[in-house]
Design a protein around this ligand. Structure first.
Ligand code: PHE
Length: 347
């Protein structure tokens, strides 16, 4: 009898010691539990099987003791499991702790590209004057880029723009003026659009020319549109971009799709017109090409030139960005040098 109770006490002892020494996690607690309580392999489980070898008169008391031991062990392991659960939760909280008072890691934010900033500013200004925004295309048909703009195949003006041809029919747009034709084919007057994003390509490469650059095309077609409308709009535009004191002047020029054609200069915003390095002593800076839409172009699009007239202008966005932000070399716009880009935050 006492041998048996020693054995029971021994197992209790073993469980308590095992719990104390080896158990650091719920998984370990579960393993230890199996060693005692697994119905087939556990020490207490096996004691149940001994029943049949026990003398019948002792069987009841043995069974009772095993049951008591079993219940006690179950209780102990349940407590241990709770303890381990709490411990693991504490550890997890510790690991996942966030100190909200810690200073945040600083992240540098980028700016929009200077050309994008200029494009946005221009769109805002022209939308403010009632213009709608149309899309330009990077790939055009010869017809839209040249032919319909009154630049036939053998026209010398084709030499003004060294073209990247993709095939005899398709080319990389050399100017955004094709947007005039696309617009007038779809829409009848009154028309008042600026076209973007304006990516254009010419085989041209030096400090002030990049083979890919950006323009924004403007087109107004209505009854009695004259150069005065153009001048009035552009005056407003340069004041908003270069400052209230600036103004424009028109010089005669030539484009096959406008008649008359003009080159628009802005008064030098650096010296106020007195003459300086930026304006090369002239007091004026060349800004864009424009003119009154050639009647032939209107007729090409099925618009009655007796009834309607139009004005068009093409603004170089890269050039405007370089002028506004004092960038001397067009390459700086495309090198993505953060020292340059981070200085220009104008939106
Ligand atoms: N497309 C001309 C150029 O690229 C600019 C322009 C546009 C001139 C509209 C007149 C009218 O130089």
């Amino acid at each position: 009898m006492s041998e048996r109770s020693d054995r029971f006490a021994g197992i209790r002892q073993e469980i308590l010691e095992g719990m104390e020494k080896r158990v650091e996690s719920r998984a370990a607690a579960f393993e230890l539990r199996k060693q005692f309580l697994d119905s087939k392999t556990g020490k207490i489980g096996q004691m149940m099987k001994e029943m049949k070898n026990i003398a019948p008169e002792e069987r009841a008391s043995f069974g009772k003791s095993v049951n008591e031991l079993k219940e006690w062990a179950q209780q102990k392991f349940a407590e241990l499991d709770e303890k381990m659960k709490a411990k693991e939760l504490r550890l997890r909280y510790e690991l996942e702790k966030i100190d909200v008072t810690m200073p945040a890691e600083e992240r540098e934010t980028g700016n929009l590209h200077p050309v994008t900033q200029i494009r946005n500013q221009l769109m805002d200004i022209f939308v403010g004057m009632g213009f709608e925004v149309a899309q330009t295309r990077e790939i055009e048909k010869d017809y839209y880029n040249f032919e319909a703009l009154n630049i036939p195949k053998d026209h010398p003006a084709r030499d003004m723009q060294d073209t990247f041809y993709l095939s005899p029919e398709f080319l990389l747009a050399t100017q955004t003026s094709a947007a005039q034709i696309h617009t007038m084919e779809k829409k009848k007057p009154p028309i008042k659009i600026v076209a973007a994003p304006g990516k254009v390509f010419r085989s041209d490469d030096d400090a002030t020319h990049s083979p890919m650059f950006h323009q924004m095309e403007g087109l107004v077609v209505d009854k009695k549109i004259t150069l005065c409308d153009l001048k009035g709009m552009l005056d407003l535009f340069v004041k908003k971009i270069f400052g209230e004191e600036t103004t424009t002047r028109l010089r005669p020029s030539y484009f096959p799709f406008t008649e008359p054609s003009v080159e628009v200069d802005v008064s030098c915003y650096a010296c106020g017109g007195k003459g300086c390095k930026l304006c090369k002593g002239t007091g004026w800076i060349e800004l864009l090409g424009a003119g009154i839409v050639n009647n032939k172009v209107l007729e090409n699009c099925g618009i009655d030139s007796e009834q309607y007239s139009g004005l068009a202008f093409g603004i170089g966005l890269d050039r405007t960005a370089m002028l506004k932000y004092g960038i001397g070399n067009v390459k700086l716009l495309f090198e993505s040098d953060l020292r340059v880009l981070s200085q220009i935050n104008d939106n």
